[in-house]
Design a binder for this molecule. Structure first.
Ligand SMILES: Cc1ncc(COP(=O)(O)O)c(C=O)c1O
Length: 427
């Protein structure tokens, strides 16, 4: 997973992006009369990243976080890996996972606001487990499962109150966050579960945040969850698993000129640290998303206009915050580079076309000098990119294209047409 300029052309691992994006531009134009921005994924990288979990945790299981990159192309590749299941957060994702080849038993369902209809669907699909986040949710699952006389497997999402060094918008495991059950709610949760005939408690889970680079918070979390699991078992609930959630961070700073080894989460260090806990009497699960998907995708966009200001310029791109929301939503920084190398450096803001003052991809940074018509790659955009896409400003969803080492280029989501977008409103 590296970017470098070779003979003036941006290469992603060994793939020449200026040649590849030229071919894709032609293909999209001929097939869909489309000339705008698109997500470009490297399927090999996605699968290599998934394999790292198999390598470092050969006895454990991985429930891939579908919301990070949910295209069926990737889910169906993952469905062939035995240690992988999916972690979903809506009935839409549940159906998506099923269509990609995941049977219910390989799906766990997270989220603070599962509706009655979603719970019913999960029970009907016999999913592996609902990761429950409140006493009220246990009550609703309990009622629905007794009404339809079908079993519901649940796990408690426990808020371990561990400190994690990451962006405040993506911490989840602190007492003040909306996610999970507080430690003091566990006894009430167990009593409630006992009162329902068709609910079985099968595990406990914690997800402490995202973009975490240090392995220690995971060990701290397991250190907290292990005695809790033992206490729960003493009250008559044998557990099958502990899930440590996702959150494994990547190096968003990596760019064609950085010569450093990526400073990302080390699965190897976590794997070594976990030896102190093994053998565990329960299965161990992880729910990786970004670590697998972020490095697998870039957003390809074109400079439509350039505005010269006093001492800097603004390049306006054809992609906007509706296509990649992370910079506007969290202040996330993605390296942005032209597919054809530019040597002159200047101060350039890169902004989208959307009518919002936060529609910027980068601000006041040193960047290669850009000109109208330049094609840019916004790096490490595979996670929480396409999946957060919006049609704000009545801009249809942009296409997703994947390639692999065989040279195959697949349009894995065609561009949405304006007619498709408007049809819901046309009676
Ligand atoms: C419960 C749960 N599991 C897994 C993930 C995946 O996180 P990441 O993509 O950072 O690995 C999330 C993301 O927010 C989550 O909420």
């Amino acid at each position: 997973m590296s970017f470098e300029y070779i003979s003036g052309s941006l290469h992603w691992d060994n793939t020449d992006l200026s040649g590849l994006t030229e071919n894709i531009a032609q293909l999209l134009k001929e097939k869909y009369a489309y000339t705008g921005a698109y997500y470009l994924y490297n399927t090999d990288i996605f699968l290599q990243r998934a394999s790292l979990f198999e390598k470092y945790f050969p006895d454990d299981y991985f429930y891939y976080s579908v919301k990070s990159l949910s295209n069926i192309h990737f889910l169906s590749h993952l469905s062939h890996k035995e240690q992988f299941g999916t972690d979903v957060v809506s009935s839409g994702e549940m159906v998506r996972a099923a269509r990609a080849g995941f049977q219910g038993e390989r799906i766990v369902f997270a989220g603070v606001g599962k509706t009655a209809a979603e719970i019913q669907l999960g029970i009907d699909m016999q999913i592996h487990s609902f990761h429950v986040e409140s006493l009220a949710e246990i009550r609703l699952i309990g009622q629905i499962s007794s009404d339809i006389q079908k079993n519901a497997r649940i796990s408690l999402r426990i808020n371990p109150d561990v400190h994690v060094d990451t962006h405040k918008h993506i911490t989840t495991g602190k007492e003040e966050n909306k996610f999970g059950l507080a430690l003091k709610e566990i006894p009430a949760a167990l009593d409630l579960i006992k009162s329902f005939s068709h609910v079985s408690l099968v595990g406990i889970q914690s997800h402490i945040g995202s973009q975490i680079l240090d392995h220690q918070p995971y060990l701290n979390t397991l250190g907290k969850l292990t005695p809790i699991a033992k206490e729960i078992e003493k009250t008559g609930f044998p557990l099958e698993y502990i899930s440590l959630g996702g959150g494994f961070g990547i190096d968003y700073k990596q760019n064609p000129y950085s010569k450093k080894i990526p400073e990302e989460f080390s699965l190897e260090t976590l794997s070594n640290g976990l030896h102190a806990f093994r053998p565990l009497p329960w299965k161990l699960y992880f729910e990786p998303g970004r670590f697998i998907s972020a490095p697998s995708g870039v957003l390809i966009t074109n400079v439509t206009y350039k505005k010269d200001k006093n001492g800097f310029s603004i390049a306006i791109t054809d992609a906007g915050m509706g296509d990649l929301m992370r910079p506007a939503l969290y202040g996330a920084v993605h390296p942005i580079f032209p597919v054809r190398e530019k040597h002159q450096i200047s101060k350039v803001d890169i902004a989208g076309p959307i009518c919002e003052s936060t529609d910027y991809f980068s601000r006041q940074t040193e960047s290669p000098e850009l000109s109208e018509g330049d094609r840019l790659a916004i790096l490490h955009a595979g996670a929480y990119g396409a999946t957060m896409g919006s049609i704000y400003n009545t801009r249809p969803l942009i296409p997703e294209v994947a390639f692999d080492h065989t040279g195959t280029i697949s349009v894995i989501r065609r561009p949405q047409t304006l007619d498709e977008l408007l049809t819901l409103e046309m009676q």
